[in-house]
Structure formats: C-alpha cells, structure tokens
Design a protein around this ligand. Structure first.
Ligand code: FAD
Length: 470
C-alpha cells in the first residue's frame, strides 16, 4: 500500500523525533509514511529509555519511601518487600500502553506505518526489508532520517546484557545484584544506579572525568553528589575501567587512574555500561547517496535540518546536539515546518535537562561557570527548600533554586533546581528564558501558596533584591 505511491514525506525511524515529525507532517496535509524496524513505535525513549526508566524510578521510590519514610508520617507497615517481577510487569504495561497509543495517533492522523528496516537507495527512495520478510520500495519527495542512537560500548568491555549490561539490560534485570558497578556518571547511570540502589544494591559509580553530570551547574552538582552519597551511592572519579573479567562467578573489573598509573581490581555482581550513546546509522545506505557525517558518526545538517543531499533531512539523536527526547521532538516539528514551506524554530540554548533521581535536578539556560567564562557581569539568587513551607510540610526539603541573571539588565540567563519535582518546576523558568524575562518579572508573578514553585519566586527575589522567607 505504501510503496508505489509517492509520499510527500518519508520518515525513517519511529522514535520521538520520527513519530512526532510524521504526525506533524500529516497534520500539515502532507502524505506521510513512517518506517520503523523495532516492531513497536516510540523508539529508544518509549521502549528502552525515558519511559521504562521513569516507571522503575517511581516504583523503586515508592518502595524506598514505604521502607524508610512512611513511619515519619505515621503510616505503619508490618513488612515491606520487593516483588521484582510485578515491578517489571508494571513497567512493561506502561511501555506497551504508550507505544500502542502512538499507533493509534498514526491512524488518527493518517500516517502510513511500515514495519521494517529502511535503507536509502536514492535521495527519494527507501528500500524496506519488512517484518514479513518482503522487500518494498517507499518513495518520497522528502526523506527524514530519524534513526536515533544506540548504546556505546567501551574498549575491552563486551556487553552480554546479563552481567555486563547496557541501560537496556539494566531496565530488565531478573534479580537485584548485591554489588552493581555503574560505568559513567551521566544521567542514565545515576538514574539506573538510583533504581537498583533503592532496591538494595550497593552502587559504585566509576567515572573517567572529574565530575558527575558535567552539563550541570557546579554548585548544584556538588550538593547533588552529596545527596546521592547520603543515599549510599559511592563515586570513584577520574578513573577508567580498562577490563572486565567474567570467567568467575561475578565480575572482576580492572580500574586505572584516568591520568595513568597503577591498576587496581574491584569485584561486583553486575556492571552497567552507561558511558554515552552513539548515533545509529548502520546499514542505512548513507554512502549510497553521499550523506555527510562528522567524526562522531552524526549526520551533518544545516539550520533547516537539511543534509548535503537535496530532499534528505535528519533530526534527533542522529544529528549533533543534546541527545534528549524533547529535543528530538522539537527538531521533528521544525524540520517538517520547513518542508511544508513554513518557518520552524528550535532554541538549543533553552532545552531543559532533567535528572529524575530523588531529589530531581533540572536546569535550563546557562550555568554560572558558562556565564563567567563569557565574561558577563551577573547576579545570583538562591533559595533553599528548607525555607519552603510546602517542602517542610511534606518533609522533603532537600535542595535549592539558583538563578543566574545578567547584572546590567537583570535578564535571566540560567535556572538550576534541585528538588522533589524539579523536572516539573523547571518549566516556568523555561518560559521566563524564552520570553527574555528578568528576575524581577518572575518574582512579581503571583505564585500559589503553599507550593514548591514559591521557591522559584523567592530565588528570583533574591536575584534582584531580597527574599522574604529567609
Ligand atoms: P530513537 O528514540 O533512538 O528512535 C530511533 C528509531 O529508529 C528506533 O526505534 C530504531 O529502531 C529506528 N531505526 C533505526 N534505524 C532504522 C532503519 N534503518 N529503519 C527503520 N527504523 C530504524 N531523554 C529524555 O529526554 N528524557 C529522559 O528521561 C531520557 N531517559 C533515557 C533513559 C535511557 C535509559 C536512555 C537510553 C535514553 C534516555 N533518553 C531520555 C534519551 C532519549 O531516549 C533519546 O534522546 C530519544 O529517544 C531520541 O529520539 P530519536 O527519535 O532521535 O531516536
């Protein structure tokens, strides 16, 4: 059905970049086909990324709360146990409901869905090996590559998804490892480390660099690391894993200082490799049509998401930029708007980042270090959740809001929040940044009481003047 007729838009990949682009294209009246090899829509994010990790973060948080904090609220339980298969089943249910939901959205918007592996054979033709074992050619005036990214391994470490797992394996362990080593202190490692730490694993995070989550504001990062350490997570920074031996019962890791030096060994029951992701372009036929990529394998595009080959576009994790689902979605909408002759827009300076641990850390705009490096005169305003009435009422008052604003104009340049629900709180800051608000603008907005959001208002007051409640 898809093959013979020419489409206006053909999207390769049904992740957050691809499926959103396909729906938007159809909404703009373009005849659209989306090709996905996985068998389900939603890409990395829905199947093995954002969604299952948030499901497990929530379930493990509930267990942890039941065990450690319910008593403080006068809720007595005689025993609390983990039922891991049930926890995994809840996660699987969330994933399958959401991926099926996207199939429903495709039907509603009349996006044609082809299940199979797509390969470019010309700038307007994609050969698809379908799930049914057939081959078909899908034609399109415009082709959008949205093939996303894949797990990156490390030299000397081969992922078997049993004892040496990627994030995908870490989302589906069949038992709780006693000792889990996490390689890489990025947000994926810290989130999955939190899940298994809450369920009882001893977590050691080994990181090559000097810092955890390097994109985070330094001051927030220090407090965040301390909070994770209080929860039992151990950090071994400036260290590289140079080998893993799985010949015995557990895993024996060989570690070396990042700068070189004597190796040491470390034993664990399982290892999570979360040292980054790599763009996925294998067997895509990029060579067939001469699409340019950079040294990291990312497809190069201009500000209209066009590659060097006319009619071929790329979006999401497969192009440079933050590897985040919401960024991929923004790319998808803007790319299709350009194709439809409209104007698309993505402001990469204002893409929020969130680490969904407890407390969460969320940020948008520039860190204090970045502002300093740019030589901008700035003011900082901070407000701790210890002085926020809602956080105190619910006995969950770790963290702070930090605002960095330009001194001369008071324009907000960056907002950094560590708090329960920071991932939700960050969006008023995102709006403020998008509309070039000053800290005074934000402070003069009436915020409901008692809410965690009042800490954002107070931090804004502290930026240009004084807060009330501290
Ligand atoms: P993908 O989601 O990778 O989708 C690409 C799709 O293309 C895949 O389904 C693939 O099967 C398909 N495909 C590839 N090649 C072909 C081909 N030749 N033919 C047909 N189909 C093909 N981001 C966030 O913003 N928030 C989070 O909380 C978050 N948590 C994460 C947790 C984990 C554990 C991981 C691994 C990632 C997480 N991410 C998160 C990142 C997020 O998943 C990605 O940024 C996002 O999925 C990128 O979207 P995409 O559409 O570019 O690519």
């Amino acid at each position: 059905a898809s093959g013979s007729e020419e489409n206006d838009v053909v999207v390769i990949g049904g992740g957050p970049g691809g499926y959103v682009a396909a729906i938007k294209a159809a909404q703009l009246g373009l005849k659209t086909t989306c090709i996905e090899k996985r068998g389900t829509l939603g890409g990395t994010c829905l199947n093995v990324g954002c969604i299952p990790s948030k499901a497990l973060l929530h379930s493990s948080h509930l267990y942890h709360e039941a065990k450690h904090t319910f008593g403080n609220h006068g809720v007595k339980l005689s025993s609390v146990e983990v039922d891991l298969p049930a926890m995994m089943a809840q996660k699987d249910k969330a994933v399958s409901n959401l991926t099926k939901g996207i199939e429903g959205l495709f039907k509603k918007n009349k996006v044609n869905y082809v299940k199979g592996y797509g390969k470019l054979i010309s700038p307007s033709e994609v050969s698809v090996d379908t799930q049914e074992g057939e081959n078909t050619v899908v034609k399109g005036k415009n082709i959008i590559i949205a093939t996303g990214s894949d797990v990156k391994s490390l030299p000397g470490i081969s992922i078997d998804e049993k004892r040496i797992v990627s994030s995908t394996g870490a989302l589906a362990l069949s038992e709780i490892p006693k000792k889990l080593v996490v390689i890489g202190a990025g947000y994926i490692g810290l989130e999955m480390g939190s899940v298994w730490g809450r369920l009882g694993s001893e977590i050691t995070v080994v990181e090559f660099g000097p810092d955890i989550v390097p994109t985070m504001d330094g001051e927030i990062r220090k407090q965040f690391q301390r909070s994770l350490e209080k929860q039992g997570m151990k950090f071994v920074l400036k260290t590289k894993v140079v080998g893993v031996d799985t010949s015995g019962n557990g895993v024996k890791l060989t570690l070396e200082p990042a700068a070189g030096g004597n190796p040491t060994t470390f034993e664990a029951d399982a290892v999570l490799v979360s040292a980054g992701r790599t763009p996925f372009t294998s067997a895509l036929g990029l060579d067939n049509i001469g699409v340019e990529i950079d040294k990291a394998g990312r497809i190069l595009v201009n500000e209209r998401f066009a590659t060097n080959v006319p009619g071929v576009y790329a979006i999401g994790d497969v192009i440079p930029g933050p590897m985040l689902a919401h960024k991929a979605e923004e790319d998808g909408v803007a790319c299709v708007e350009f194709i439809a002759g409209k104007v698309g827009h993505v402001d990469y300076d204002k893409v929020p980042g969130v680490v969904y641990t407890h407390p969460e850390v969320a940020y948008v705009g520039k860190t204090e270090e970045q502002v300093k490096a740019l030589g901008i005169d700035y003011c900082v305003g901070k407000f701790p959740f210890l002085a926020n009435s809602r956080a105190k009422a619910i006995d969950d008052a770790e963290g702070l809001v930090k605002i960095v604003a330009e001194k001369e104009t008071d324009k907000i340049l960056g907002v950094h929040i560590m708090a329960p629900n920071a991932g939700e709180l960050i969006h008023e800051a995102a709006i403020a940044l998008q509309y070039d608000a000053s800290s005074e603008d934000l402070a003069r907005v009436c915020h409901a009481h008692p809410t965690l959001s009042e800490a954002v208002k107070e931090a804004a007051m502290a930026t240009y003047d004084k807060p009330i409640h501290i």
